[in-house]
Design a protein around this ligand. Structure first.
Ligand SMILES: NC(=O)C1=CN([C@@H]2O[C@H](COP(=O)(O)OP(=O)(O)OC[C@H]3O[C@@H](n4cnc5c(N)ncnc54)[C@H](OP(=O)(O)O)[C@@H]3O)[C@@H](O)[C@H]2O)C=CC1
Ligand SMILES: O=C(CO)[C@H](O)[C@H](O)COP(=O)(O)O
Length: 478
């Protein structure tokens, strides 16, 4: 074969197909491969005119069609499918070649794969890609990890196809081994929290304010012009505008209220628990999806007619304005928690992730793209070691201005029996952080009482234990 491809894509379902087209549209010759040849054939038949594609029926043909060092993008289902593809391709590759897993892999799998392939002289790059089908084609946000030197050969191609903000690509080398997939995972966790908060805003406007889905679409369109401007607010307005053709009812009223999940939100929470980072907003959003899908429990509770509030008036204040404030403040908390998790993992694994750079590459192309990411970037540019976004002046002022409205919204939700786990847990997190004393001292006392777990004192160093069963309960050094 004379002509060689600069990059190859294996796995040509919605994401891989559009990434391949995106590379081709940017003038790169793209080798194509898929487990079943049908998808490869279809891509060339439908979109062959968009650039130069080298379709291959077998892994051997595919590898032979790539220039050295070979760059092979894998875009298949996470888990065993990815391992199967790696096992198929690795023996065909040579030292210095690159396997780029652009799927939603778990970062621990990426660390394992990177170490195994490194021993064979291959570069394994776990690259998070966000933006869905459209983003893959028109410019996703790309979060590549893996060895820094692989970025020299790979980065320019990824930057070519990535989304751009003021001419700057939404793609940067995140850090070694699993750093890219970790950041993509937290991106998805934040996506879950953002979606949950938007859903709660909709629910309160509908149930408390009596607005119709079409009215709320209009409200969200208005918010999208302001500080809440984001892809998720924009598409929410579109979803709320949708009318079911068969029944004439709002689309949201004919869809089962059971949110599904593929697992990246759950992974985020599991990783956060291991790191000891309280990502309560993300956790509540994962649990809210689980509750929505808990059909047996929900049906039992409805059948038992579990009582709701007996009193409680309407909302005191301007509901629309208050919900906007609650949404903005809760969203800040969710992002603050997600960034804290990235910083904790960076420290744990020695990844040296620049949080400002993450905010920068999320400004376009990805699902959580939002106007306020500019402010997050600025906050970390000012202070890369910021302990929490909540103490940055922009966010501190925003939350200070929002908090009265936020509290009114949480009170209304509680009084009217409307679940708002995202809003209320974010507020509890905020109040926990700003509390001068938390009731944790009492918990320390309880732990010491039943398990001699010891405690520290406010007035002197050291560990102490109280002899709770002894007369006079004396305190001893532990
Ligand atoms: N869809 C989205 O919006 C996004 C998806 N992602 C991630 O991108 C990846 C691809 O997603 P998507 O395009 O939706 O496709 P799917 O996740 O539906 O995966 C389908 C692809 O995987 C291939 N495949 C499945 N099992 C195997 C196997 N054992 N060996 C070889 N190939 C296999 C299929 O081949 P075949 O055609 O032969 O069945 C097909 O090409 C996933 O990891 C996903 O999580 C990331 C961001 C957004
Ligand atoms: O990666 C993505 C966007 O960046 C996917 O859209 C995301 O995986 C969807 O997740 P879920 O199905 O769990 O809601």
């Amino acid at each position: 074969m004379s002509q060689k491809a600069q990059i190859g894509v294996t796995g040509l379902a919605v994401m891989g197909r559009n990434l391949a087209r995106n590379f081709a549209r940017h003038g790169h010759t793209v080798a194509l491969h898929n487990r079943s040849y049908g998808r490869t054939k279809e891509l060339v038949e439908e979109f062959g005119h968009e650039g130069t594609f080298l379709p291959a029926e077998t892994a051997e043909q595919f590898v032979a069609s790539l220039e050295r060092p070979r760059r092979v993008v894998i875009m298949v289902k996470a888990g065993p499918a990815t391992d199967a593809v790696i096992d198929e391709f690795a023996p065909l590759l040579e030292e210095g070649d690159m396997l780029i897993d652009a799927g939603n892999a778990h970062y621990a799998d990426t660390r394992r794969r990177e170490a195994a392939l490194k021993a064979k002289g291959l570069h394994f790059v776990g690259a998070g890609v966000s933006g869905g089908e459209e983003g893959a084609l028109h410019g996703p946000s790309i979060m590549p990890g893996g060895p820094k030197e692989s970025y020299e050969a790979l980065g320019p191609l990824l930057e070519d196809i990535a989304a751009k903000v003021d001419g700057e690509a939404c793609c940067v080398h995140v850090g070694p081994d699993g750093a890219g997939h970790f950041v993509k995972m937290v991106h998805n966790g934040i996506e879950y929290a953002d979606m949950q908060l938007i859903a709660e805003a909709y629910d309160l406007l509908r149930q408390v304010g009596g607005y119709s889905p079409a009215d709320i679409a209009g409200i969200f369109q208005g918010w999208n012009e302001g500080r809440l401007g984001s892809y998720l607010i924009e598409i929410t307005a579109e979803v709320l505008k949708q009318v079911d053709a068969a029944t004439g009812k709002p689309f949201v009223d004919v869809v089962l209220d059971r949110a599904e999940q593929k697992g990246t939100g759950r992974w985020t929470v599991q990783a956060a628990l291991d790191l000891g980072v309280p990502v309560s907003g993300i956790a509540e959003s994962v649990f809210a999806r689980a509750i929505s899908g808990g059909v047996t429990e929900r049906e039992a509770a409805v059948a038992a007619d579990l009582p709701g509030p007996t009193g409680g008036g309407g909302h005191t204040g301007d509901l629309q304005a208050d919900v906007e404030q609650a949404l903005f403040a809760s969203k800040i908390v969710a992002y603050a928690q997600g960034f804290q998790q990235i910083q904790a993992a960076s420290k744990e694994y020695g990844w040296d992730i620049d949080p400002g750079a993450m905010a920068k590459i999320w400004r376009a192309g990805c699902i959580i793209r939002a106007k306020f990411l500019d402010f997050i970037k600025q906050a970390y540019d000012k202070n890369p070691a910021l302990p929490t976004l909540l103490v940055d002046s922009y966010f501190q002022d925003a939350v200070a201005g929002a908090q009265d409205a936020w509290r009114r919204v949480v009170v209304t939700a509680a009084q009217q029996g409307i679940p708002a786990p995202g809003f209320s847990s974010a507020l509890a997190y905020y109040d926990s952080l700003r509390a001068k004393r938390l009731p944790a001292a009492l918990i320390q006392g309880q732990r010491d009482f039943f398990g001699a777990h010891t405690y520290h004192r406010v007035d002197k160093p050291g560990s102490f234990h109280t002899l709770w069963a002894a007369e006079g309960r004396p305190e001893v050094d532990a």
